[in-house]
Ligand binder design. Sequence first.
Ligand SMILES: C[S@@+](CC[C@H](N)C(=O)[O-])C[C@H]1O[C@@H](n2cnc3c(N)ncnc32)[C@H](O)[C@@H]1O
Length: 440
Amino acid sequence: MNARKLAFEVLRRVEEGGAYASRALDAALSSAGARDPREAGLATELVYGTLRRALALDAALAPHSKRPIAELDAPARIALRLGAFQLLVLGTPAHAAVGETVALAKAVDHGRAAGYVNAVLRALARAPRFPDPPPLATDPAGHVAAAEALPRWIAEEWVAWLGPDEALALARAMNGPAPLCLRAVERDALVDRLRAAGIAAAPAARAPGGVSVTGASVAEIARAAGGLAFQVQDEAAQLVTLLAAGELRGKKARVLDACAAPGGKAFHLAELLAPGSEVVAVELHPRKADALAREAGRRGLPAVRVICADAAKAIPGLEPGSFDAVLVDAPCAGLGTLRRHPELKLRRAPEDLPRMAVLQREIAASVARYARAGAPVTYSVCSLSRAEGPEIVRGLISDGWRRAAPPGGFPADVLTADGDLLTLPSRHGADGFFAARLVR
Ligand SMILES: C[S@@+](CC[C@H](N)C(=O)[O-])C[C@H]1O[C@@H](n2cnc3c(N)ncnc32)[C@H](O)[C@@H]1O
């Protein structure tokens, strides 16, 4: 396996085919078969690093390119970014970074782009540097954007919401590796088994079912778990479910999960409730709804009942006022997950936020009718923007909802002054989530 070639092909699938980087990389690594772990590690670093740093790499390449990097054909742009990442971040010697990248470009488009890639990379190799960011004090968003290769509109949003220092720390954390966290009903037994197999595992800091693992793949964990059930799920996602379930933990209850696939929170809810409970998992897309139902069956969770429906409208078969809790884990821009999905930096646009907010507001307002009087409705997103978080809550409050107290013992360090959940990779290590628990 050639790590650079594999990374180049994965990056093309991401940019030209709209694939998720994590899925395209996993698929490419497994179809490359028996592999050298060092080459797999390099391929992973090249894919994630190039996507995370793409905007800064483009800025470094720009003075050496007659045409704007964004306007080049995708294979040339990807080759240039890959080469620049090796020169500027990995410190790869120029002959290898340039020569091997040009060889990749030669293999596509009858080698038309190779000469251009060669000339631009050679020029960069003579003066290998990123442009200096403007000072944080005078241009905070410009600094955050340039220093951490973040689109300026996201930097502006985070600076306005969280302040320049937190925005900078957050943008930096989004360029780091994402932790691996699991959820298990038999958490302590799982930690013991993983440790016995030589895997570094520890109880997560806040979620009672959470296990933090370092240095092992999911396949290695599954082998070491020896049949103990677990699910890969970030700690912040676990906290959202705990907020939604609240005092219902261990009790028989009916809970509605209005945006449910792939099912992490629905399965967690089913595990938290007493036997005889029901978790109605609603999902818009038929293929995702089918996969969710199959996975619930595979996990032996009969409490999960899947309905394929649009949660922004009346849901067939459901009685208003009939649920003890409602969770709205709404579709969102995903800005809290840039560590795991760095391609979102390039794929998202400012107009996504108001567009998502309209949908989020519609879904939340529509499904709230299914909560019985006094039952909590928890609204959550794995995104970090005011439009998708606090402003949605403000709208619901103006419609007559009020904030409910978080469940007893809920970790205080993930709660804002208003009592909403806000997790930041920079502060909590977990993914970026916003959630609010409301009642009427
Ligand atoms: C953030 S994801 C949910 C993640 C899920 N709760 C979990 O923990 O695994 C949002 C889901 O809502 C679905 N969705 C989008 N629009 C919807 C709608 N109008 N009604 C129901 N589901 C919708 C998406 O297909 C996606 O699967």
